[in-house]
Ligand binder design. Structure first.
Ligand SMILES: NC(=O)c1ccc[n+]([C@@H]2O[C@H](COP(=O)([O-])OP(=O)(O)OC[C@H]3O[C@@H](n4cnc5c(N)ncnc54)[C@H](O)[C@@H]3O)[C@@H](O)[C@H]2O)c1
Length: 362
C-alpha cells in the first residue's frame, strides 16, 4: 500500500492506494482513532459488489455498522435525497463523532460528503472511492455537493475527508466506459502538471487498459500526489486549483449543448484536444506536443470526433459557463505537455474557427 498525505494543517489526511485495501478498512479506521458505530452510504450496485463484504469485515473487528442506500445515478445528488439520509442518520442515533463512509463513485462521494459536512454541522467523512474518476479526482480535495435545479454541483461545501481508501482492485468490475471516462481525467493531470507522468502513460497505456494492478496503482498514486499538491496550495479554489478545469471549458459546453448525451469523459477528451488546438493557434503549444496529446486520447479509446452539434450552441454554452470572469471566457491552455496557463484572451471567433474546421484541425 502507498500513502499520499494531503497537508492542510488540522484538516490533513492520508490517501491510501493499493490492491485489496477494502479488507483492511477496519485496521485503517482504528489507526485513525475510530471505534464503535459507523455508517456506510452506498448504492445497490456497489453494495452487492463490495458493501456486504466491507460491512462483515468491519463487524468482525467490533464496529457496529449500518448501511444506508441510495439508488444509482446522478439525479440522487439532490437536497431531497440528502434530507432522507438526515432522517435515516437520526433514526440510527448518529452522533457528531460517528464516521460516515462513502462507498462508491463520485455520485456517492459527493452526496455523502455533502451529508457528512452538514449533518450535526459536520461528522467525520471517510471516502472509499470505487471508480477511477472517484479515485483520481472526486474523493480528493474536499469538494462536496448536490445539484439543485440548474445548479450542478453548486450547493455544497469544502469539507475534507478524514481518510481516503482507494482500493484499485475494485476497478476490475467497473464498466469499460466508466473506466475510459476516468482515464480522460488521468490524462488531464499529466498534461497540466507532469510531463514525465505523461510519458509514463504513453509507455504503459496498454497495461493500464488491461487493468494491470501495478500500472493501476501507479496512476492512482501519481494522480493523487498531483491533486494533493494542488489542493494544498489552493484548498478553496481561488487560484491554482482552477487548472483542474483544463479541457472543461469546452468539455462542459459540449456536455450541456448535447443535453448531457455526450459522456463526461468523452466531452473532456474533446475539450482537452480543442484547448490544445487553441493554444497551438495562439503560437504557444508546439505541433508535436499537440500530436502527442491527440495520440494519447485516441489510444485511451476516447473520442477525438466532435459530436454532431451546432457550433453556435456550443459557443453559447461556453458563454454561460461558470468560468466566465467579468464577461470574459476563462481558459486553461497547455503551454507544453506538463504545464498550463490560465487566460481570458481567447476570442469567441477563434473558438468558432477551431470547432468549424475540426476535421482539418485534427
Ligand atoms: N468532488 C469533486 O471534486 C468531483 C470531481 C469530479 C467529478 N465529481 C462528480 O463525480 C460524479 C461522477 O462520478 P463517477 O464517474 O464515479 O460516476 P458514478 O458515481 O455515477 O459511478 C459510475 C457508475 O459505476 C458504478 N460503480 C461504481 N463503482 C463500481 C465498481 N467498482 N464496479 C462496478 N460498478 C461501479 C456506479 O454505481 C455507477 O453506475 C459526478 O456527479 C461529478 O459531478 C466530483
Amino acid at each position: 500500500m502507498r500513502k499520499v498525505e494531503v497537508r492542510l494543517g488540522s484538516n490533513s489526511y492520508n490517501i491510501c492506494v493499493g490492491s485489496g485495501l477494502l479488507i483492511q478498512t477496519a485496521r485503517q479506521l482504528k489507526e485513525n482513532g475510530f471505534a464503535g458505530k459507523l455508517v456506510i452510504i452506498t448504492n445497490p450496485i456497489v453494495k452487492r459488489l463490495y458493501g456486504n463484504a466491507l460491512k462483515q469485515g468491519l463487524a468482525r473487528e467490533g464496529f457496529k455498522v449500518t448501511v444506508l442506500q441510495v439508488p444509482d445515478g446522478e439525479e440522487q445528488k439532490s437536497l431531497e435525497v440528502a434530507g432522507r439520509l438526515y432522517n435515516e442518520l437520526t433514526d440510527f442515533y448518529c452522533e457528531r463523532t460517528t464516521p460516515i463512509l462513502a462507498l462508491g463513485g463520485g455520485v456517492i462521494g459527493d452526496l455523502t460528503g455533502f451529508v457528512a459536512a452538514t449533518y450535526l454541522r459536520g461528522v467525520p467523512l471517510i471516502q472509499i472511492p470505487t471508480t477511477l474518476l472517484a479515485q483520481v479526482d472526486s474523493s480528493i480535495g474536499g469538494k462536496v455537493a448536490v445539484n439543485h435545479g440548474r445548479l450542478k454541483n453548486k450547493i455544497g461545501a469544502f469539507y475534507q475527508p478524514r481518510l481516503v481508501i482507494s482500493d484499485i482492485s475494485t476497478l476490475r468490475t467497473l464498466p469499460t466506459k466508466e473506466f475510459i471516462g476516468g482515464l480522460a481525467e488521468v490524462i488531464k493531470y499529466a498534461v497540466i502538471r507532469d510531463e514525465e507522468f505523461f510519458t509514463y502513460l504513453e509507455r504503459n497505456l496498454d497495461k493500464i487498459k488491461s487493468l494491470d494492478e501495478g500500472a493501476l496503482e501507479e496512476i492512482v498514486f501519481r494522480v493523487a500526489k498531483i491533486k494533493a499538491a494542488i489542493v494544498e496550495e489552493d484548498e478553496k479554489d481561488l487560484g491554482l486549483r482552477n487548472i483542474l478545469n483544463y479541457g472543461h471549458t469546452i468539455g462542459h459546453a459540449i456536455e450541456s449543448a448535447s443535453d448531457f448525451k455526450v459522456e463526461h469523459g468523452e466531452a473532456i477528451a474533446i475539450g482537452m484536444l480543442a484547448e490544445g488546438i487553441i493554444s497551438n493557434k495562439l503560437g504557444i503549444l508546439d505541433k508535436n506536443e499537440l500530436i502527442r496529446l491527440k495520440g494519447i486520447i485516441q489510444r485511451a479509446d476516447l473520442t477525438t470526433e466532435l459530436p454532431n452539434l451546432e457550433v453556435e450552441k456550443i459557443i453559447q454554452a461556453i458563454k454561460h459557463d461558470k468560468k466566465i470572469l467579468r464577461g470574459k471566457i476563462r481558459f486553461i491552455l497547455p503551454k507544453t505537455i506538463g504545464k498550463v496557463f490560465i487566460t481570458d484572451e481567447v476570442s469567441p471567433s477563434l473558438i468558432e474557427q477551431v470547432l468549424v474546421s475540426w476535421n482539418e484541425e485534427t
